[in-house]
Write a protein that binds this ligand. Structure first.
Ligand code: HEC
Length: 163
């Protein structure tokens, strides 16, 4: 390739990458952008909410921030896949729409995911090293998930006890 053609080829590749990023395999998760509070309807304290919002919210809520590189195919496809799948498993923007039983189940999963260090996903931590949970944050989320679950169970028991 002549030296003149290299920048041309690079520009063409960049343009193709931007154009291909408009292809959304499996649906466009960017079209769902919520501004409401996460975990609405739960008794989440501000410090726990802050951790969940900043370290999990990109994939588990509709308040995803999309950095510039997330606009470039094929990277955009991998990121969209994680966001779509993450929201399918747990969407903190839709908390008020989960049943009590679903919340109990999700809280158990949150507790076990943070305890085992499975979340945030490894590929996310490469680009967001600051999103790694400290051991204090792991404990904070774990304790909250357990107490919130207890609270919901008590509410269910209370409702059933009423004649
Ligand atoms: C890069 C995106 C991403 C981030 C950030 C992320 N997750 Fe996930 N999460 C996923 C994906 C994708 C799945 C589904 C596949 C899997 O379990 O690996 C998932 C699954 C889960 C599940 C369900 C597991 C199950 O058993 O069904 C829970 C709970 C969860 N994540 C909690 C968290 C918490 C808590 C954080 C923050 C500390 C977090 N995640 C950060 C992408 C993410």
């Amino acid at each position: 390739m002549s030296p003149v053609r290299i920048p041309l080829a690079a520009a063409a590749l960049f343009a193709a990458s931007v154009a291909l990023s408009f292809v959304h395999l499996g649906g466009n998760p960017r079209s769902r952008a919520a501004t409401g509070a996460l975990l609405d309807g739960s008794g989440v304290p501000a410090d726990v909410l802050h951790v969940l919002e900043t370290k999990c919210g990109d994939c588990h809520s509709e308040k995803t921030s999309w950095p510039a590189y997330s606009r470039l195919a094929p990277v955009s496809w991998f990121i969209e896949h994680d966001v779509r799948e993450g929201r399918e498993h747990l969407n903190m923007s839709q908390w008020q729409h989960y049943t009590s039983q679903a919340r109990i189940d999700l809280l158990s999963r949150i507790a076990s995911e943070v305890r085992s260090g499975e979340m945030p996903l490894r590929q996310y931590l490469i680009l967001h090293p600051q999103a790694r949970l400290t051991s204090e944050e792991q404990q904070l989320i774990y304790d909250w998930a357990k107490s919130e679950r207890r609270h919901i169970r008590q509410q269910i028991a209370g409702a059933q006890a009423k004649p």
